[in-house]
Design a protein around this ligand. Sequence first.
Ligand SMILES: [Zn+2]
Length: 121
Amino acid sequence: MNKRELLKYERALLAEKQRILKQGRATDEVMDAATPDATGDLTSHRTYSADQGTENYQREMASRFKTIETDTLRQIEDALKRIADGTYGICTSCGEPVPKARLEVVPHAQFCMNCLKKRKR
Ligand SMILES: [Zn+2]
């Protein structure tokens, strides 16, 4: 892979990272909003108990997103490291090149299609 291509993927990775971090802040706000006020007294808390189910649901969804975000961010960081050490675009499992068509869609992809299929099984 030439330098120009690497730069292109690096830009794509950084853009994706920014997008996730931005989205992550939005998720944090949902988490905060859904967290019952720790200093709130019981009387005010009881008033909102009807909304408790919705709050729990929002909180659960937010934490689920959070897990996916953290996971993807880690993969992006790994891919950036591989760009730095010159192993980007090479399957981390078998050492075969990852198809560029796949990198276009998933710039942080670390497996070729064969290894991906094997791992999903
Ligand atoms: Zn592979």
